[in-house]
Design a protein around this ligand. Structure first.
Ligand SMILES: *Cc1c(COP(=O)(O)O)cnc(C)c1O
Length: 495
């Protein structure tokens, strides 16, 4: 059965999966959702015998129904290959009675690699299917992680090029080094003198500039986005929930039909929404525990039914979760509103205008599976230390937020359901925060020195991604004023 995609904000024309991937965002500003979340058509027992790539095919074929088997398998094969440092792709590690699903074994050692290593292939295949001959130019603003994962994903992918803008003084030293050493003839990295919001606004303005689109088209270019609201990023994330459940099944940890809880450190709500989709596809999922840091807008939402972003923005040691507008939540809102596009559009309009909206009791009833939790900076640091002291396992700050929230939840409820915690970044990516959480003698030490200490402390080898940037030559040194972002793009493309 063909799955078609429609906007969360209007009941207009439906599009195919490949068209939704190409467009990213619907014309009315809504997000694309499948007209019904499809079911898996092979049993979980059968999937338990498959590897990651085969599992990926079983999930993606249900959502991307206008792709042929050959097209999908080719995308999967190119994405989940030796770029990952383990054949398992997403290993499940048991520590202290819970299962950490390690999503950081890809090229940039953060979970964004799980989707951004396949998105370029889905995008170029979609372009071919829709007879688009222009070169696809990916334009991205980044506060650190997404930029590097997108660069790594699109580097040297034929038919594409990528331009990443980042705030010159607003990313960590390691994050900047990761980006400015990026190889690939089709990659460009540009620092701007403004902050992340300036970069984001500049990129949005270019996307909406019709004159620019015309000039680009004349030269054989068109923009596209690698943003986390693209359905081509969401669906590949459903895969590892199906995969982790079926690993537990294969190991005999759970019996057929037995439920598992998932705990997800959340920012833009993409990762946890993928777990919700997995549940809707037929995976026996108990609670979906949504973990926030000090920016606990989602925790408050699950508690009260009011989403209110009017609050102070707090910088934390888990920066990829420092978000006050969780874009992907719109897809859940649409679902619990009974797929009512008008109601969803009204709530999103209220969010844009007043920074808040509230849901009805009936909608709240529909989200019973979700539990909100949050962890302070202190709690996060002490969770890293607690687990390290007890087991020797070293986790990153984002994962620690989830781990702390889970232990709180378990203590409060006594819920004994087997639980998987999404582990979203390698501790090497946040070595300073991680090492000082373990022992404050590390305070003030240089990033790369701490990486060596981390390797000794955890007994793990330094990932290639980190080792490489120590010595890699700087290949990108363009810096521009915020006001000159478009001019810079025109120069790069020769318009
Ligand atoms: C992006 C990111 C998150 C948040 O994921 P969402 O899908 O935006 O909720 C959590 N941890 C890390 C390390 C990330 O890079």
């Amino acid at each position: 059965m063909e799955v078609m995609y429609q906007s969360t904000r209007s009941t207009g024309k439906k599009v195919t999966a490949s068209q939704a991937i190409l467009k990213g965002l619907a014309d009315d500003g809504g997000l694309f959702v499948p007209d019904a979340i499809p079911q898996l058509d092979v049993s979980l027992d059968e999937i338990a015998k498959m590897n990651y790539q085969e599992t990926a095919y079983q999930v993606m074929k249900q959502f991307f129904t206008d792709f042929t088997q050959e097209e999908l398998e080719k995308c999967i094969e190119r994405a989940y290959d030796a770029k990952f440092d383990t054949k398992e792709i997403a290993p499940l590690v048991e520590k202290d009675g819970v299962y950490y699903l390690e999503l950081f074994h890809g090229a940039t050692i953060a979970f964004k690699d799980m989707a951004l290593s396949i998105l370029p292939h889905l995008l170029t295949t979609s372009a071919k299917k829709n007879h688009i001959t222009n070169q696809i130019v990916i334009l991205t603003a980044t506060s650190g992680d997404t930029g590097k994962a997108a660069l790594a994903g699109f580097a040297d992918v034929e038919g594409t090029s990528i331009i990443v803008f980042y705030p010159k003084n607003g990313v960590s030293a390691i994050q900047e080094r990761q980006m400015v050493t990026q190889k690939g003839a089709n990659t460009k990295v540009v620092g701007i003198t403004g902050n992340f919001d300036d970069a984001q606004s500049g990129v949005k303005a270019m996307f909406n500039n019709k004159e620019l689109a015309k000039a680009m088209n004349a030269k054989g270019y068109q923009f596209s986005s690698a943003n986390s609201i693209n359905i081509g990023r969401l669906v590949p994330q459903v895969v590892y929930y199906v995969y982790s459940y079926t690993r537990l099944l294969a190991q005999g940890v759970v019996k057929e039909g037995e439920q598992v809880n998932f705990v997800v450190p959340t920012g833009n709500f993409g990762n946890i929404l993928a777990a919700f989709y997995a549940k809707n596809m037929g995976v026996p999922v108990g609670k979906l525990i949504c973990a926030s840091n000090d920016n606990k807008v989602l925790y408050d939402f699950f508690e009260t039914g009011v989403y209110d972003k009017n609050r102070e923005f707090i910088l934390t040691t888990s920066p990829s979760m420092d978000i006050l507008i969780s874009s992907n939540l719109e897809r859940l809102i649409y679902k619990i509103a009974g797929e009512d596009a008008k109601a969803t559009a009204d709530m999103m309009a209220a969010l844009a205008k007043d920074g808040k909206y509230s849901i009805t009791d009936a909608m709240k009833e529909q989200m019973k599976d979700f539990i909100g939790g949050w962890a302070s900076e202190e709690k996060t640091a002490s969770e890293i230390k607690r687990v390290y002291d007890k087991t020797g396992y070293v986790m990153d700050t984002h994962t620690a937020v989830a781990s702390a929230v889970y232990h709180d939840y378990k203590e409060k409820t006594g819920d004994q359901t087997k639980t998987v915690i999404a582990s979203t970044a390698s501790p090497y990516k946040f070595a300073t925060s991680v090492m000082t959480a373990i022992d404050n003698k590390y305070e003030g030490m240089d990033d790369f020195a701490l990486i060596d200490e981390l390797s000794k402390t955890s007994g793990t080898t330094i990932p290639k991604a980190v080792e490489e940037i120590r010595t890699a030559p700087v290949l990108h040194d363009t810096v521009c004023e915020t006001a000159d972002m478009q001019k810079t793009v025109e120069e790069i493309l020769g318009l």
